[in-house]
Design a protein around this ligand. Structure first.
Ligand SMILES: CCCCCCCCCCCCC[C@H](O)CC(=O)SCCNC(=O)CCNC(=O)[C@H](O)C(C)(C)COP(=O)(O)OP(=O)(O)OC[C@H]1O[C@@H](n2cnc3c(N)ncnc32)[C@H](O)[C@@H]1OP(=O)(O)O
Length: 269
């Protein structure tokens, strides 16, 4: 049984009985190019996920031939002299959406096919917690190609994923990376045959939803927090978190199951 939480508009959201939410960019006529309407819808969908306790993992994908081709370049052209003012608002919506995605308790798995380009496409892929890419998928930043700088947090996320030297190459020279090149650089979790990308992303999601959600959420939080922390400041938070989680029913159940070598029955408590 699947709940259609948002069933029309530029972003679709549904939730299956296992707690896997599917967040889909839905402007296929524009390669899911991001305009303000899509970004506001994306932020609203993320906030809906944030408030929905049944969600245990999120699979993010794009309708049509591409994951997302970044900012809506046709929108770009229509704004003329007014683009800087328009982008001041539009880009802030992209930054808010990326921040909300990273702060979501459930992990986000991007299922990328076609192109992932620009702040919307390349940026969202970099901000996802895991990325499953089709063999034919391609990735590029595109920012400098349109006289802009990277956004969507890419100057942090990409540099941490692939290292500063590689991030400089990718963002300054704007290569189109094949899925294999993106995987080798450290951008992706796995590359799969084109026809299996969504199933593989869902399989990864089901692996996660079978584990204690409080432990999963805490692990995601600590990893993102660690990007900007020193070891000395992170160690006490890890210890505090381990202590807190050890008092949960799921932790007791997991320990008991390991001792007697049986499968655990987690409740999420
Ligand atoms: C600079 C954009 C700002 C616009 C303001 C809107 C606010 C957005 C929110 C803030 C954004 C902040 C700034 C942003 O982060 C900056 C960037 O994203 S820079 C990168 C911009 N993107 C690109 O340069 C990619 C452009 N697209 C392509 O290069 C190619 O389409 C592709 C992705 C390589 C795929 O090529 P193909 O497989 O050949 O597919 P098509 O080209 O046939 O595309 C199908 C269809 O979709 C239309 N389309 C493709 N990309 C976009 C796009 N980015 N915006 C709008 N429409 C797009 C394309 O025209 C085709 O339409 P059709 O011609 O069939 O009607």
């Amino acid at each position: 049984m699947t709940d259609k939480l948002i069933d029309s508009g530029p972003v679709l959201l549904d939730l299956d009985a296992d707690g896997v939410a599917r967040l889909r960019l839905n402007r296929p006529e524009a390669a899911n190019g991001m305009n303000v309407e899509l970004l506001k819808a994306l932020h609203s969908a993320i906030m809906l996920v944030h408030g929905e306790s049944r969600v245990r993992a999120v699979v993010l994908s794009g309708e049509g031939r591409h994951f997302c081709a970044g900012g809506d370049v046709r929108d770009f052209a229509s704004k003329g002299e007014g683009l800087p003012d328009y982008l001041r608002e539009a880009t802030s919506w992209l930054q808010i959406a990326v921040s909300a995605l990273v702060q979501l308790r459930p992990p986000v798995i991007a299922a990328v096919h076609g192109f992932a380009a620009g702040g919307g496409g390349f940026g969202l892929a970099c901000a996802a917690d895991l990325v499953v890419a089709a063999e034919s998928a391609k990735f590029f930043s595109g920012a400098v190609r349109v006289g802009m700088a990277p956004d969507a947090g890419v100057t942090v996320t990409l540099a941490r994923l692939v290292g500063l030297r590689k991030a400089m190459e990718i963002l300054l020279t704007n290569p189109t990376l094949t899925a294999r090149e993106a995987l080798d650089a450290g951008l992706l979790t796995k590359v799969v045959p084109d026809e299996t990308v969504r199933d593989e992303a869902l399989a990864l999601a089901r692996t996660i939803v079978a584990l204690p959600p409080k432990a999963i959420a805490a692990t995601k939080r600590l990893l993102w927090q660690g990007l900007g922390s020193s070891l000395d400041s992170q160690l006490p938070d890890e210890a505090r978190t381990v202590s807190e989680l050890s008092g949960t029913a799921d932790s007791r159940e997991g320990l008991a199951a390991v001792i007697v070598r049986r499968s655990p029955n987690f409740t999420g408590e």
